[in-house]
Design a binder for this molecule. Sequence first.
Ligand SMILES: *Cc1c(COP(=O)(O)O)cnc(C)c1O
Length: 340
Amino acid sequence: MIVDLRSDTVTKPTPGMLDAMMHAEVGDDVFGEDPSIKKLENKCAHLLEMEAAVFCPSGTMTNQIGINVLTRPFDEVICYKGAHIYKYEGGGLAGNSHVSVRLLSGDRGRLSVEEIAANINSTDSHYPVTSVVALENTVVREAGSYYTLDQIKSVSEFSRPKGLKLHLDGARFFNALVETGDRSQDYGRFFDTVSICLSKGLGSPVGSVLVCKKELEPKVRRMRKAFGGGMRQSGFLAAAAIYALDHHVTRLKEDHVRAKELSKVLMKQSYVKSMMPVDTNIIIFELAPGVTTEKFLAKIGEHQIKALAFSQTEIRLVTHLDFDDRMLEKATDVFKRLSI
Ligand SMILES: *Cc1c(COP(=O)(O)O)cnc(C)c1O
């Protein structure tokens, strides 16, 4: 039994999902003729009570398009210093949108009104034009910390009157919601663009959606085309995503419970120096001095357990749809007995 905890992207479609895909009604989506894609896009727009949604091949693409349609070259985007849009998208903001970034620490990646207020540039021509506040929920680099709707509301209500646009990287948006109990329908009004990954915890094989305001939709579709993200019979993927949204949202809580269980065991081990709080489905810990990530990964690899080196000294584990109680038992057992 292989236990793959590298990411929540490693899941395979379930039989129910495969069945939905096999029976999907499809058409050419570049011609706007794929009924399953239309259904998914409508569903996502409704889920956030926003007006439009556009299906894309990846969350990187939905983020990059989101920032692109909200900025002009030479603008500046405010985000957390470990934000996915900045740190893990191959320099896309610079290359695709020609914008600079203002990197904030946040409280475990969560930006506050005070920190944002202190980082909006004046109109003096020395400075780039601050135009977007980009939030991430949950924050991957901070082990899945999440915002409450009240925090989001205060950031949005402060930023909008200053002429700033708001983008949400909601790769793991539903992981946040199952913890806070907030409704997705209450989120949309605080943002201009929201990116949601369907291929993370939701367990769909491919794809993300960019949910947005109606007036942004033509621009979003144009940029998707320009970035090479227009697809043909992508309804097969939409069918998987619809199935995931119908069946795999509330169960995310299970992933959080298993992550907590794993973290409790890991925290007691001598090879773990420190661990970030575990709020959702991501565990990030620092290895004890002398224990390299290579050594740790090799050791657990001997037991068919896979994890990810998240920096030179940190390990990341992510729980997901294909990590069940049997695997949890195996992993905790191995972590307890591991001698490094
Ligand atoms: C995974 C992820 C994305 C998008 O990644 P893709 O692999 O391009 O789909 C965006 N933001 C965050 C926070 C992520 O974890």
